[in-house]
Design a protein around this ligand. Structure first.
Ligand SMILES: NC(=O)c1ccc[n+]([C@@H]2O[C@H](COP(=O)([O-])OP(=O)(O)OC[C@H]3O[C@@H](n4cnc5c(N)ncnc54)[C@H](OP(=O)(O)O)[C@@H]3O)[C@@H](O)[C@H]2O)c1
Length: 251
């Protein structure tokens, strides 16, 4: 373990579970002061305990602009600046084309697209020049999946934010990159199969057959890539989509 994020202030949204929790834990272990969000208070309290170190939980829905303001008010009170924003809060559900509801569209785009946009835009006054932004995309953003079109379109939008924001932010040398996980064992992914362990394992087994490495990813493996993109080691990496998917998106 290194101390790549010693004295750095890192914001991770959607960090009470899965990929966000794994990334926030690693940032903390590498010396960062970490601010995390999630909508459920009990999950937030548990995550703060799990992560340890210098971590602050701010309950909030990243689709709600007032909640994002409260997040950055909390950061400002303690630090006055941010080194890294990992805009990760997101998720999706299956909805077959023909049965997509307005609510399904709004929920998905409000969190994944609107939430990502305002999480980063509202960070800008606090984000240091030369800082780093990492967005969570998905392999789904560049390939087809039955009954997953709204989620996939939302992640394609996230990927394109980075292409544009590197130009909008070039005078401030802020790097923006997208990490695009493939199927990764998280509560969010297995929950797509319902509550039964057998059905969840069946989903993971089916997904594994599409992955050249023959298995789904673990949240820690995605977190390793996120920390790389956020770190000085990636000082010339800007605007990329970094697939962490066992090779799936390249087949
Ligand atoms: N797992 C995969 O296979 C996979 C693959 C590609 C991309 N991704 C993406 O990776 C990201 C994390 O997914 P995950 O699999 O780790 O999911 P997860 O286990 O469901 O975790 C999602 C986290 O985000 C929080 N969250 C969700 N909506 C939020 C909102 N509106 N405001 C604030 N927090 C919110 C959740 O807490 P609350 O529910 O309490 O708010 C939770 O902490 C998502 O953007 C997802 O689309 C996942």
């Amino acid at each position: 373990m290194t101390n790549r994020f010693q004295n750095k202030v890192v914001v991770v949204t959607g960090a009470t579970s899965g990929i966000g929790l794994a990334a926030a834990t690693l940032f903390s272990q590498e010396g960062a002061s970490v601010f995390i969000t999630g909508r459920r208070q009990e999950m937030l309290d548990a995550a703060v305990k799990t992560i340890g170190g210098r971590v602050t939980g701010v309950r909030g829905d990243m689709a709600n602009l007032a909640d994002i303001d409260r997040l950055y008010d909390a950061v400002q009170q303690q630090h006055g600046q941010i080194d890294v924003v990992f805009a990760n809060a997101g998720g999706g559900e299956f909805a077959p084309f023909g049965a997509i509801t307005e609510e399904h569209f709004d929920t998905t785009f409000d969190t994944n697209v609107k939430g990502t946009l305002f999480t980063v835009q509202k960070a800008l006054p606090l984000l240091k020049d030369g800082g780093a932004v990492v967005l969570t995309g998905s392999t789904a953003g560049s390939e087809g999946t039955p009954a997953f079109s709204v989620y996939s379109a939302s992640k394609a939008a996230v990927r394109n934010f980075a292409r544009n924001w590197i130009l909008d932010l070039k005078d401030r040398r802020i790097r923006v990159n997208v990490v695009s996980p493939g199927a990764t064992r998280t509560p969010g992914l297995v929950g797509l199969a319902g509550d039964e362990a057998e059905k969840q394992q069946a989903l993971l087994d089916v997904l594994s057959t599409r992955i050249p490495l023959g298995r789904v990813g673990e949240a820690r493996e995605i977190a390793n890539a996120i920390l790389f993109l956020a770190s000085e080691e990636a000082s010339f990496v800007n605007g990329v989509e970094f697939f962490v998917d066992g090779g799936q998106a390249q087949t």
